[in-house]
Ligand binder design. Structure first.
Ligand code: F6P
Length: 554
């Protein structure tokens, strides 16, 4: 048995102790904890090279931290982390390991996925990939007409899109100025059409990314592009203008691709953990070998930290445990990620898949109803934009949403003055969430502005901020490839930690299947205006009929 069942009663005891302490009604506010302890910032933040994780604005004291670590031990975190790194088949519903860490280990140390040595194939495939990326960048691999490629269009969805798309944006200052990277995910033809409008077909390289090479969206987009290339440039040009990344080379080759243009990865790499594999091809073409390797190094840095740092100073473990505190002690159902870093605009979307597809589960490893509430709703947008949109709710809404802020100490290829304003705003929002503004202060301010007592009484409640709203902050020197690798890996391991405590399988995604199956059944009914609607539920039948009527009118 690769996995010892969780000891529910030990977990419940640990959680009970945590709830009794951290959830007690008279727990001091965080700003009071700061006043009482001048060392609070140092005690509740962890530096890792240039990266700093500050969780001092979270509702923790020394005892909370001790109890969180006790909870992690009760869930068997340390042993399960070792099983994870040892490549045991911890994805038990699919009988697979989850060994994406092997992809970023440039030292090629021995790595075993479900008992099979993989470091050799990983190194070989990475070398193929990076050689190809460099050849495209250097103009050694060219379009059918002999010209250099100017555009790279990535077709993929979910993990085959979000990773490279997010990273390409994050690392845009590192992307070769002669190349433009595009990402098409949606089966909505608008995504394809709008992208194709902006590229010159005769100098575009298409990268078809799909772990399974069966995904409806990706296959539809790839087929449309293939038809366009064959139509405009000739069938023979397809082999020059397409490459693919998949665990199913056979299917990619059946699509008409040359074997040397098909890059592989393995079933022990989950889609949402695959940016480190050949799925990073478009990114690697953009940023080149040296930067891509640096990105991998960033991930490996965090692997070493996660594996060796004591839980009390272990950033992903702490991120996971603070999330559990907010979710399972304080009942917070949402979690916001707000990068004060415009180039991380897609990072929240990336994390939505990473966190919600991994831990959005309600059945434990034994197939029982999960004992604890699992993944909160993860969402976010960059600051400062969010301040002018949804921050109202963060400050004064009835739902308390813990926030992760991310910010660089220095801008990358951006104006220093802008950055200072960005940085000040980030700190101000975290400060405002913590401190709030009490009734007395609001009344003082209103009185100073000359309002009458009646006016003050009417207005004051609207201007009160309760404060004591939790946030953490990840500070890094600047958004380099290595930093991005570290940030992603921190969240990956946070997800692992939470999956262990919630006792769910973080590496399967059965919840995406039902909708896919139903879509396959509905597609012919949608396509055929005369197809009978009997047998469908009333809502679906009504909607199809309404759409048919509107199509007829149009
Ligand atoms: O539908 C969910 C999912 O399976 C994700 O887990 C995955 O990242 C995405 O679809 C794309 O799958 P593929 O890479 O096989 O096309």
């Amino acid at each position: 048995m690769h996995r010892s069942p969780i000891d529910r009663s030990r977990l419940e005891d640990a959680l009970g102790a945590l709830r009794a302490h951290a959830g007690r009604r008279d727990a001091p506010r965080v700003d009071a904890l700061f006043r009482a302890d001048p060392e609070r910032f140092a005690r509740f933040s962890v530096a890792f090279d240039d990266l700093l994780y500050d969780f001092s604005k979270q509702p923790v004291d020394g005892e909370t931290l001790r109890l969180l670590v006790e909870l992690a031990r009760a869930a068997g975190l340390e042993a399960k982390r070792e099983a994870f790194f040892a490549g045991e088949p911890i994805n038990h519903t699919e009988g697979r390991a989850a060994l994406h860490m092997a992809l970023r280990d440039l030292s090629a140390a021995p790595a075993f996925a479900a008992g099979e040595a993989v470091e050799g194939v990983v190194a070989t495939e990475r070398a193929r990939l990076l050689d190809f990326a460099e050849a495209v960048r250097a103009g050694a691999v060219r379009a059918a007409n002999g010209a250099r490629f100017t555009d790279v269009v990535n077709f993929g969805i979910g993990g085959s899109d979000l990773g490279p798309a997010m990273a390409a944006r994050a690392l845009s200052p590192y992307v070769d100025a002669r190349l433009r990277l595009h990402f098409v995910a949606n089966v909505d033809g608008a995504d394809f059409a709008d992208t194709m409008k902006g590229v010159a077909l005769e100098t575009t390289l298409f990268v078809v990314c799909s772990k399974t090479f069966t995904t409806l969206e990706t296959m539809t987009n790839a087929a449309s592009a293939r038809a366009r290339v064959a139509g405009a440039l000739g069938e023979a040009a397809v082999a020059d203008h397409f490459c693919a990344v998949s665990t199913r080379a056979d299917r990619a080759e059946a699509f008409g691709l040359r074997p040397d243009r098909v890059f592989g990865f393995w079933d022990w790499v989950g889609g949402r953990y695959s940016i480190w594999s050949a799925i990073g091809l478009s990114l690697a073409i953009g940023i080149g070998r040296a930067h891509f390797e640096d990105f991998l190094r960033g991930g490996a840095d965090v692997d070493a930290h996660f594996r060796s740092a004591p839980l009390e100073r272990n950033i992903p473990a702490l991120m996971g445990l603070i999330g559990v505190l907010n979710r399972n002690v304080h009942g917070r159902a949402a979690h916001a990620v707000i990068p004060y870093d415009q180039r991380l605009a897609r990072f929240p979307a990336y994390l939505q898949q990473l966190e919600m597809e991994s831990n959005g589960k309600s059945v434990d490893h034994e197939g029982r109803r999960a004992a604890l509430d699992t993944c909160p709703v993860v969402w976010g947008e960059p600051g400062t934009n969010g301040q002018h949109a949804f921050f109202q709710l963060l400050h004064q809404g009835t739902e308390i949403v813990p926030v992760d802020f991310l910010v660089a100490a220095r801008p990358t290829a951006a104006d220093e003055k802008h950055h200072q304003l960005l940085f000040a705003n980030c700190l101000a929002q975290a400060q405002a969430l913590m401190q709030g503004r009490g009734r007395a202060e609001v009344e003082r301010q209103l009185a100073a502005s000359g309002l009458s007592p009646q006016q003050i009484a009417a207005l004051a409640p609207h201007k009160v901020f309760d404060g004591d709203r939790p946030s953490s902050l990840l500070l890094y020197a600047s958004l380099t490839p290595r930093t991005l690798g570290r940030l992603i890996a921190l969240y990956e391991h946070k997800v692992f930690v939470q999956g262990v405590i919630w006792d769910v399988n973080s590496f399967d995604q059965w919840g995406v299947e039902l909708g896919k199956e139903l879509a396959v059944k509905l597609a012919p009914i949608v396509a055929d205006p005369a197809a009978p609607l009997d047998g469908l539920d009333g809502s679906t039948a009504g909607l199809i009929a309404a759409a048919r009527a509107r199509r007829r009118e149009a």
